[in-house]
Design a protein around this ligand. Structure first.
Ligand code: ADP
Ligand code: RBF
Ligand code: MG
Length: 139
């Protein structure tokens, strides 16, 4: 993989909302579940916030904090029509937690959103970012 400069945000960005259903693609297609935030949570983003891949911390119904890596954007690979915030939490949960209150603190930025030539390359890239986020957050 190419080495990337990780950017710490000057001000952490906080978002919260109840976990909603998406297209079910995270676990089924990618093997990487993402807890989607409701559309109105996007209003909590600063106006100049760029779409892209970020990392930070999450809590679920007050449990945590758990490390997380999140996409904020349009998911160009899937040609989505709406902007979404979809964190993958670096924690094994015993079951789904749709409807739970999730809180995010976004502390760092990894890269802009990208399109990929294959699903395999998207999955490989996300796995690399999970490793990178883990090591950044352990510092
Ligand atoms: P959807 O398109 O509905 O978001 P996903 O396949 O992305 O479907 O699955 C997401 C759901 O999986 C989350 O809403 C959450 O309830 C559950 N889940 C289980 N483990 C995790 C995890 N480590 N990170 C994020 N979500 C998880
Ligand atoms: N989707 C894209 O279309 N392009 C991306 O560059 C991209 N990067 C992602 C990085 C991470 C760390 C995660 C968790 C997801 C990413 N996705 C990306 C989003 C992916 O398309 C999304 O999780 C699925 O659409 C399932 O909802
Ligand atoms: Mg999801």
């Amino acid at each position: 993989m190419q080495l990337r400069a990780v950017k710490r945000l000057d001000e952490p960005v906080r978002l919260h909302g109840q976990v909603v259903k998406g297209f079910g693609r995270g676990s089924k297609t990618l093997g990487i579940p993402t807890a989607n935030l409701p559309q109105h949570a996007l209003e909590q983003l600063p106006a100049d916030f760029s779409t892209g891949i970020y990392f930070g911390w999450a809590s679920v119904d007050g449990a945590g904090p758990f490390k997380m890596v999140t996409s904020v954007g349009w998911n160009p690979f899937f040609d989505n029509k709406t902007r979404t915030v979809e964190p993958h939490l670096l924690h094994e949960f015993p079951s789904d937690f749709y409807g739970a209150e999730i809180r995010l603190v976004i502390t760092g930025y990894l890269r802009p959103e990208a399109n990929f030539t294959s699903l395999e390359s998207l999955i490989e890239e996300i796995h690399e970012e999970i490793r990178q986020s883990r090591s950044c957050l352990e510092e």
